[in-house]
Design a protein around this ligand. Structure first.
Ligand code: 5GP
Ligand code: ZN
Length: 120
């Protein structure tokens, strides 16, 4: 990747990326990985995460556009592979107001057989 991979010792998702904490993996390559959310909010709920530590979208700029594009670029294929063939929701929570809990950038992919609850 363009930038040197940066990880944080105690960050939960950096630790999952390093294999120190187990996860139910959906996808992995050299730059990104995806795994099922431990507390699913929908019948299908997985997270797509960069291996490099970015806090959230405030921590990204145009230099990270290829990486951000890659995160979204696999979402449709992975959603379909997980059984979401009639739509899904992709959400990024940022900071306190966005109710972000894990401060390592991730995209939530949520779907299932029925339309999700309406939300903003
Ligand atoms: P956020 O609120 O930061 O956007 O979402 C963080 C998500 O990470 C939550 O949906 C939560 O259930 C999930 N999560 C927290 N800890 C773990 C974990 O140890 N393993 C997995 N697979 N998901 C986690
Ligand atoms: Zn991290």
């Amino acid at each position: 990747m363009d930038q040197a991979m940066h990880q944080e010792k105690d960050c939960l998702f950096c630790r999952i990326a390093r294999g120190e904490i187990p996860c139910k993996k959906v996808f992995e390559d050299e730059e990104i990985f995806a795994f099922h959310d431990i507390n699913p909010a929908a019948p299908v709920h997985f997270l797509i995460v960069p291996k490099t530590h970015l806090v959230n979208l405030y921590d990204a700029d145009l230099d990270q556009a290829p990486l951000l594009g890659k995160l979204f670029g696999v979402a449709g294929r992975l959603a379909r592979e997980q059984g979401c063939d009639d739509g899904f929701r992709a959400v990024v929570n940022n900071g306190r107001v966005g109710r972000q809990e894990v401060y390592h950038l991730h995209i939530h992919v949520m779907g299932g057989p029925q339309p999700l609850r309406s939300g903003r």
